[in-house]
Write a protein that binds this ligand. Structure first.
Ligand SMILES: NC(=O)c1ccc[n+]([C@@H]2O[C@H](COP(=O)([O-])OP(=O)(O)OC[C@H]3O[C@@H](n4cnc5c(N)ncnc54)[C@H](O)[C@@H]3O)[C@@H](O)[C@H]2O)c1
Length: 427
């Protein structure tokens, strides 16, 4: 069976690899000519283990090629999986431009009996009310002649192939026939026991939004508890670990901020959905605000430790929104750069996944750990694996007075022993 995957990014490419491993033929579709060219040369442009060999073997056996011609690709495939980005704009409203464009390209190619699957996270109702009519209009077919479902992608970058096999695939169609046909396809990919068919596409869309919002809200709660713990002389992480031995407790850890194109985005999908129903969802919005305020909170602690930030040199360890990814969407580093610059500080950034040129585009000065500039403070923003052996002595020797451990990754005693003030979250 031939499958077209539309969007060959951090998620689309690993999905392609999983399908290739299961013997499917895959056409990777992307609007980015550079990505298409690299993939056709067997080069992987994302940071994800386990992909390159699968891709190279598949190219050799003529089981994979990439193209910018989505419509022609879809004409030759039974299945089309759409996994392009959908985030919110400055006004926190969903920006459907990529998913709409992908839908139109797919629609122009679909044949009778085709299966169209959305894996891009969508606001509730989008598959049925926005995308299904678009598919029908641009294909000239009517809904029962092809199947459409939403199936959320729940993987975590850095271990995607592992997650794809571990987590059951949730599927909800726009009608029963679609749910059955698309569940049947996923059973071939992931095994019969690994597919959960839910009642409809709305239920499937809601699962992902609810899951991410749950996580964001619980991180916000941990952030508030962390502030309480600090004022009470309690180590929050110690308390949470002890309490989590109760099976009813799932206390998460606090941090300097929540980034990426999931947690900072999907609560707003839900908030918008609710507004249209005349409902105001309060907790998700409060949680978003709390999590976005953590970078400012951390800087206020830095100010208490080393004085006004004007003319201070501050090094951010990590530009990416979290460890071991190359992605800056809604990253905490961006909030920190903006706030530090506004306070008159000079901002340096080190991130092993970015070139100096890439870092410079974010209004920061690239810094090498091998030849550190003179700095007054360092902030751990993303705990990349390269930072596990961070040379604390070298940081101290560069002039660092205070070290903000934004990810609760370092032993406070070791940091203090190296001669820096340790500023933790919830400690
Ligand atoms: N990255 C994650 O951790 C993650 C986790 C779970 C779910 N998701 C879902 O996956 C979606 C995609 O995320 P990603 O990280 O793969 O994004 P990405 O930016 O890495 O890749 C998206 C790709 O889609 C391509 N594209 C954009 N418009 C297109 C179009 N009209 N036709 C064809 N290709 C097009 C882009 O060129 C890009 O290569 C997210 O919006 C989210 O819904 C992501």
């Amino acid at each position: 069976m031939k499958v077209a995957i539309v969007g060959m990014g951090k998620i689309g490419l690993p999905i392609a690899a999983q399908l290739l491993r299961r013997g499917f033929e895959v056409i990777g579709c992307d609007v980015n000519k550079g990505v298409v060219r690299q993939l056709n040369e067997g080069k992987v442009h994302i940071i994800e283990p386990g992909i390159e060999n699968v891709l190279k073997n598949a190219i050799k056996k003529n089981k994979f090629h990439a193209t910018t011609e989505t419509t022609s690709a879809v004409k030759n495939c039974k299945v089309a999986i759409i996994i392009v980005p959908l985030i919110v704009n400055k006004n926190k409203k969903p920006d459907f431009s990529a998913v709409d464009a992908a839908t139109i390209s797919v629609a122009r190619g679909i044949q009778k009996g085709a299966l169209v699957i959305y894996e891009t996270t969508l606001p509730v109702g989008t598959t049925r009310n926005r995308l299904l009519p678009m598919l029908a209009k641009h294909s000239g077919l009517s809904a029962p002649q092809f199947s459409v479902a939403f199936s959320p992608e729940r993987v975590y970058s850095g271990r995607i192939l592992q997650d794809l096999r571990a987590y059951p695939k949730i599927v909800g169609g726009v009608d029963k026939k679609s749910t059955n046909a698309i569940s049947g396809f996923y059973k071939k990919v992931f095994g019969a026991g690994n597919v959960i068919a839910v009642k409809n596409s709305e239920t499937a869309e809601f699962t992902k939004l609810a899951g991410m919002t749950y996580r964001d809200v619980n991180i916000a709660l941990a952030n508030e508890f962390a502030k309480f713990a600090e004022l009470s002389g309690i180590d929050y992480a110690e308390a949470a670990k002890a309490e989590n031995t109760n099976p009813f407790s799932h206390l998460l850890l606090p941090g300097i901020g929540v980034g990426g194109h999931c947690a900072p985005v999907y609560p707003y999908f839900l908030i918008e959905n609710a507004k249209k129903l005349g409902l105001s969802l309060k907790i998700p919005k409060i949680a978003r605000d709390i999590n976005d305020s953590m970078s400012g909170y951390a800087l206020s602690k830095l100010k208490s430790a080393i004085g006004a930030l004007k003319n201070k040199k501050v090094l951010l360890l990590g530009l990416a929104y979290r460890e071991d990814v190359k992605e800056t969407a809604f990253a905490t580093s961006l909030l920190l750069i903006e706030q530090l610059r506004r306070a008159g500080a000079k901002v340096y950034v080190n991130d092993p996944y970015y070139t100096n040129g890439e870092i410079a585009k974010f209004n920061a000065i690239p810094a090498s750990l091998d030849k550190l500039p003179e700095i007054d403070a360092a902030i751990l923003v993303s705990f990349h694996r390269q930072y596990k052996k961070l040379n604390l002595k070298a940081l101290k020797n560069a002039g660092t007075l205070a070290f903000i451990d934004g990810r609760n990754a370092f032993d406070s005693a070791k940091v203090e022993k190296a001669g820096m003030k340790y500023i933790g979250m919830g400690k």
